[in-house]
Design a protein around this ligand. Sequence first.
Ligand SMILES: Cc1cc2nc3c(=O)[nH]c(=O)nc-3n(C[C@H](O)[C@H](O)[C@H](O)COP(=O)(O)OP(=O)(O)OC[C@H]3O[C@@H](n4cnc5c(N)ncnc54)[C@H](O)[C@@H]3O)c2cc1C
Ligand code: FES
Length: 332
Amino acid sequence: MAGTAFPVTLLFADGVSQRIAVPCGGKLIEAAQEAGLNLLTDCSNGQCGTCTAQLVSGSVDLDDYDSAVLTDADRASGTVLPCVCRASGPCAIELPYDSSEAMSEEPAPVVAQVTAVEQVASETVRLEVQLPEAVAFEPGQYVRITPAGADFHRSYSMANVPGTDRLQFFIRLVPGGAFSEWLAGAKPGDAVELSAPHGTFFLRQEDRPRLFVAGGTGVAPFLSMLRAMADQPTAQRTTFLIGARTPGHLFALDELRQLGEKLQGMELQVAVEQDADAGCHAGYATDLIPQLGLDPSTRVYLCGPPPMVEAGRRAAAAAGLPAADVLCERFA
Ligand SMILES: Cc1cc2nc3c(=O)[nH]c(=O)nc-3n(C[C@H](O)[C@H](O)[C@H](O)COP(=O)(O)OP(=O)(O)OC[C@H]3O[C@@H](n4cnc5c(N)ncnc54)[C@H](O)[C@@H]3O)c2cc1C
Ligand code: FES
C-alpha cells in the first residue's frame, strides 16, 4: 500500500464537509494541517479527550491512548481521538465543532502579567493574570498558558465571566508537574503567554434542565458558567454536584451558595471521599446521579479527572440520557 492515500471526509457541526487525502498509515492531524485545517487538540497524544470525534464510516488505526479517556465500549461504537488517528482506509469523521474553528489561523499568543497567586484549598491555587485588553470567550472555555521562557504549555479553564481583561484560574498542584512547579514559585509581576480561548465544553444557551458535575478543580469552568448565568437569571433548573478528596480540597463554596441563591432553581450537593462533614455525601459526586430523577431533556456537563468523567457518563446513560446530551472536559 506504499504511496497510497485514502480520502478522509471531515464533517463539521455547521454542516460543512472537507475531503482530505491522508497517506496510508499517515497521521490524520498532520494531513489536515497540510490541507489548512487545524483540528482541535490539546495534549496531542491521546491523554485528554479534547479532540474526541465520531467515526461515521470506514476505519482508522489509533496510536496509544489513555483508556480512561476513550473506553473500549466507546471505541467499539465509533468514538475516536483524531490526534492519534492514522489512516487505514477511506473514512468519514464527524467533529463536534464548526468548520470556522478549524479553518481560522491560531492568533498569536498574548503576554499577560500575573497579578495574584493564592492557595485557596489543599493542593489548589488561584492564579489571576492581567491582559493588555479584554478577551471574549464562551463560559467554560480554556486557554493554554506558557510561563515566560518555558518550553511547555498547559491548558486551564477560565473561572471568570467573559469580556474582562483579568482572567482567573483554579489550578491543582500536581506533584512533579511542570506547570505545578512553576506555579509554586510564581509571584505577581511574572509574565506568561496565553493562547486564544478554545474548547467545546461551554455553556449552551438552551431552555432545558442542566446537570453540572465537577471533580476537584473541575469546578473552575462551572464558576464561569454560573457567574454568567447569574448575570441573566432564568427559571431554568440547574443541579450542581461537586466532588473532592477531603473537605479541605473544596473551594469557592461560599460564592457558589450565593450564586445558587441568585439562580433560584439551583440545587448544590457536595461529596467528599474522606472525612465527610454532616450534609456532605461520603463518596463520589457521581454516586448522587441515580438519585436525582433526571428529566430526560437534561443537558449534562462533566468536568474533572477522566475516571470521574467516565463514571458520570455511565450514570447519565443509566438514567436514560442520550450520549449526545453529555458534554465532557477531562483534566488529564
Ligand atoms: C481542556 C483542559 C482544561 C484544563 N483546565 C484545568 C483547570 O482549570 N484546572 C486544573 O487544575 N487543571 C486543568 N487542566 C489540567 C492541566 O492542563 C494540567 O494537565 C495539570 O495542571 C498538570 O500539569 P502539570 O504541568 O503540573 O503536570 P505535568 O507536567 O503534565 O505532569 C502530570 C503528572 O505526570 C507526571 N510526569 C510528568 N512528567 C513525567 C515523566 N517524564 N515521567 C513520569 N511522570 C511524569 C508528573 O509527576 C505529574 O504527576 C485542564 C486540562 C485540559 C485538557
Ligand atoms: S488532543 Fe487528542 S486526546 Fe488530547
